[in-house]
Design a protein around this ligand. Structure first.
Ligand code: SAH
Length: 328
């Protein structure tokens, strides 16, 4: 997954800007401005909760085309006092996306980073947002067989093609795992996830702030194969379009919650995207947009459905907030 997504010459995220109708996949901010606006509302209310800091960082992980940030900033601009102390930090490896983001943040103080750790350095409180970032993290898969747990690995087979195969040597059961699991059970581990959450938690403890993650995934580690490859909006076999398909896996929100709690960070959620957006007032916003643009009413209502309906993004996508606001 690491090579497919990030190889400097051929990696999926190095060679293209794949989001949108002409790309491979679409994300919530690209569906409707309401998504980013609700996150803008969330950022604003947390800025008040932080005590209206005169300097603070807004960090975004994996901002893509910058659409989410554009909609967030439109909300924040209603509050000149907040904007006066605002500096932006974008964690983005993709040069094509960086160029698009630069257009969006014109006029704002903004810095780009390749990695999360460097973006977290600083003394001021921060608010961090990340939509569909964690699903890009490479995973390992383990399968329970008659002979125990085996890692499911990528090999070059006898026909010189990429293929999947059980590792010969039985691996130690991955954690967390039910040792009584039935033969055929698949467990996935996003190996980098705990370290990322730990680093963000430590930075929150040092400087005060909040982090919001929205992604598709599980409330609590479920079993099964969620590795998915998307090419031009179609699901393809993960080994068939190397470097040309988006590779993702479901995010286990329980790992985020447990890691943050171990670091004495308060958590809110995980809850569904539907609950989060309704709490932020997305229906009120949709109504206001319809009133202002009667000709677009159907489109606006349709977009709202895509974001919050149970059988669309509403339940599959989850939101979790990590928070630390001890007065220094
Ligand atoms: N948040 C955007 C884009 C999601 S796609 C949206 O909702 O539309 C994933 C984004 O994360 C892309 O911008 C991709 O280039 C970036 N990305 C993926 N893995 C990354 C990594 N390891 N470090 C930095 N950026 C990464």
């Amino acid at each position: 997954m690491t090579i497919c997504l990030y190889d400097p010459q051929f990696g999926y995220y190095t060679t293209r800007a794949p989001i949108g109708a002409k790309g491979d996949f679409i994300t919530a901010p690209e569906i409707s401005q309401m998504f980013g606006e609700m996150i803008g509302v969330w950022v604003t209310s947390n800025w008040y909760e932080l005590g209206e800091p005169t300097a603070f960082h807004l960090i975004e992980l994996g901002p893509g085309r910058g659409t989410l940030m554009k909609d967030v900033l439109r909300v924040l601009e209603k509050n000149p006092q907040l904007c006066a102390g605002l500096s932006l930090k974008m964690v983005e490896t993709n040069p094509h996306f960086r160029a698009m983001q630069a257009e969006v943040v014109k006029g704002f103080d903004c810095q780009w980073f390749d990695g999360i750790e460097a973006a977290l350095l600083g003394e001021a409180p921060f608010i961090l947002i990340a939509n569909e970032f964690l699903d890009c993290l490479p995973i390992k898969q383990f399968i329970k067989t008659d002979t125990g747990w085996h890692e499911w690995q990528v090999i070059i087979d006898e026909n010189d093609r990429l293929n999947f195969k059980f590792a010969d040597a039985t691996q130690n059961p991955p954690k967390p795992v039910d040792v009584e699991a039935q033969v055929g059970t698949i467990v996935e581990i996003a190996t980098a996830l705990p370290a990322i959450i730990e680093a963000i938690s430590k930075a929150l403890r040092a400087n005060n702030g909040m982090a919001l993650f929205i992604d598709y995934g599980y409330f609590k580690g479920e079993t099964g194969d969620s590795l998915q490859a998307l090419h031009k909006h179609e699901k393809v076999w993960p080994l068939s379009h190397i470097g040309e398909a988006d590779l993702t896996a479901h995010v286990d929100f329980a790992v985020i919650a447990e890691t943050a709690l171990e670091q004495q960070i308060e958590i809110i959620g995980p809850k569904t995207q539907r609950e989060f957006l309704l709490e932020m007032g997305v229906e009120v916003r949709a109504q206001a947009l319809c009133t202002a643009n009667p000709a677009r009413e159907n489109e606006i209502k349709n977009d709202l459905s895509r974001l919050i309906d149970h059988d669309q993004m509403g339940d599959l996508f989850k939101a979790i907030v990590l928070k630390f606001t001890k007065v220094l």
